[in-house]
Design a protein around this ligand. Sequence first.
Ligand code: ATP
Ligand code: MG
Length: 364
Amino acid sequence: MGVVPADEAVIQSALVRAAATPVARPRSGGSEAASLPSSASSASVRSSTTPGARVPTATTDDGQNSPTRTRAPLEPGAIPASLAIGEAEGVGPTGRPRPEFPTPAPLDRHGPARILAMCNQKGGVGKTTSTINLGAALAEAGRRVLLVDLDPQGALSVGLGVNPLQLDRTVYNLLMESDIRVEDVMLKTDVAGLDLLPSNIDLSAAEVQLVNEVAREQSLARVLAPVLDDYDVVLIDCQPSLGLLTVNALTAAHGVIIPLECEFFALRGVALLIQTIEKIRERLNPQLELEGILATMYDSRTLHGREVLARVVEAFGDKVFHTVINRTIRFPETTVAGEPITTYASSSAGATAYRELAKEVLAR
Ligand SMILES: Nc1ncnc2c1ncn2[C@@H]1O[C@H](COP(=O)(O)OP(=O)(O)OP(=O)(O)O)[C@@H](O)[C@H]1O
Ligand SMILES: [Mg+2]
């Protein structure tokens, strides 16, 4: 599924709206409800926005040139239905009816792989956590999965128990040396069906060295092409920047998943990311689609978290995955353990959420 032109105007105008109307800051004391918009105020913001308005530039993204809008105070007790604590039966945390996603049917053969880039230039939003755990959940569902660590921080590799300092070959060698193949770099993880192309700090040099290469944006696509028939899904963990490595991920990918932390400022910068995706689709990779927006680190107990999630759904509509990842300490624990939550705490809510996400991704 892609951003069809009709959707595009809606998303863009919603992004303009979202960038121009900051989510109310969580308060240290007093009633959280006072910071909520009433449904009437949301409607007036909506009607005052020109459909198809230009997506804010990097400058407006910072909010500096954006018109300031004030939101009407909330009438006491007027909590929008979509934010009410305890969702109505059949309604998910995103405020929409939650469909049943089918259990993935077993496969008797594999490939060709769908390549998904986990991308957001904002740091610490759950890209790596989602790459590991979605990958593990897909593998658990019988898919052959290749994870690509495209971040010189090597967090994906660490999160799967690999010591980045002890690697002979990494994605850096794969990208920069023509005689190195995926099999020379690939590591099997402890999860059956889940393979890893690891990275370490060496990869930071690739960002600079690739600049002088012919077809520099296609380097990753070129090296992955020979193994696509061996896998069902390839997940690329991007670094928090829109530099050349991320451009390589977006050029290789069929789809982009944007993890968004359900926190203040979540939507800042997303307009720039969407613009970048559009440019790459136009110039380098016509097949690129926005696969979905994944809400992460959600805390349904706070009104602030629920309001951010409502705003994300307002901006992106059906692009938002029904599956939402809750904030839980189990995820940082899994990094220390060096394994996915699906094996570390198999019956935890976090593991269940990524299994649901795997079903949803396969159903899209
Ligand atoms: N759902 C969650 N609940 C609580 N903590 C989480 C959750 N998801 C991720 N974390 C923690 O938040 C931190 C950042 O997560 P992660 O590394 O996945 O983000 P990232 O977007 O990959 O960051 P970077 O931009 O630095 O690559 C990590 O310590 C991780 O364990
Ligand atoms: Mg990361």
